[in-house]
Design a protein around this ligand. Structure first.
Ligand code: PEP
Length: 257
């Protein structure tokens, strides 16, 4: 691996109220040490309603845990009931925001054009987007997973300049492996993550491709993270279910050790 610092990000999805969020971050803070943070960036992605609590805790205790949101609006302000803007997330001290998680694509019909607008919104407010891409089972069975995932990547990155593209994080999350217990083999994950890096090199040049962090996501646990992290183009993991258990998440941050 080039000298990309691994990132382990916990997507809490629609779980944990703000008190439970505080308890989980406190447990993580208690277990993770400077040695861990020197080796890996650790982030949590709580529901919007927990962000203020996490901010208070992290800033107040000067914790090294990073945090971010699970989504953002493509708009900056105005009559968009129920939406949360990048400006609001930045004000809450967020570092990251997910864009295009498969559950947003599936339940909220988010397409590549909307992901592109959301990426641009994230950049306007200094947030680092974690762009989620990945194929469903039928596409995998047809053997079109690489082509399909690269189309999502190209669509989302349309018009994004190299200066911004180099700070993006890409998460390859095959939909059939999310929340199913069905983990892609390290080789399967590497095949697509390697193709993503090659496509970034074609689109933006090697310099950008070598600094972009590419994560794998899909039923990551302490028992399978080591194999995934051994692959050359995988720079960390986006962790759903297992990020709700502090002990398990800390083990994942230590790559299963
Ligand atoms: C996710 O929500 O991004 C995810 C990868 O979930 P899980 O780890 O539960 O499969």
């Amino acid at each position: 691996m080039a000298d990309r610092k691994p990132l382990i990000a916990g997507n809490w999805k629609m779980n944990l109220n703000h008190l439970e969020a505080i308890a989980l971050v406190q447990k993580l803070a208690f277990s993770l040490t400077d040695k861990d943070y020197d080796k890996v960036d650790v982030a949590v992605l709580p529901p919007f309603t927990d962000l203020r609590s996490v901010q208070t805790l992290v800033a107040g205790d000067k914790l090294r845990i990073l945090y971010g949101a699970q989504d953002l609006s493509a708009h900056d302000s105005g009559a968009y009931t129920g939406e949360i803007s990048g400006a609001m997330l930045a004000k809450l001290g967020c570092t990251f925001t997910l864009v295009g998680h498969s559950e947003r694509r599936q339940y909220h019909h988010e397409d590549d054009a909307l992901c592109n607008a959301k990426l641009k919104a994230a950049f306007r407010h200094g947030l680092t987007p974690i762009l989620c891409v990945g194929e469903g089972l039928p596409i995998r069975q047809e053997g079109r997973h690489v082509e399909y995932t690269l189309e999502q990547l190209d669509g989302a990155l349309s018009g994004i300049p190299a200066e911004q593209a180099k700070s993006i994080v890409v998460a390859y999350e095959p939909v059939w492996a999310i929340g199913t217990g069905e983990v892609a083999t390290p080789k399967d994950a590497q095949e697509v993550c390697g193709a993503i890096r090659s496509r970034l090199a074609e689109s933006y040049g090697d310099e950008v491709a070598q600094v972009v962090r590419i994560l794998y996501g899909g039923s990551v646990k302490s028992g399978n993270i080591a194999g995934i992290m051994a692959e050359p183009d995988i720079d960390g993991a986006l962790v759903g279910g297992a990020s709700l258990d502090a002990g398990e998440f800390v083990k994942i941050c230590r790559f299963g050790e």
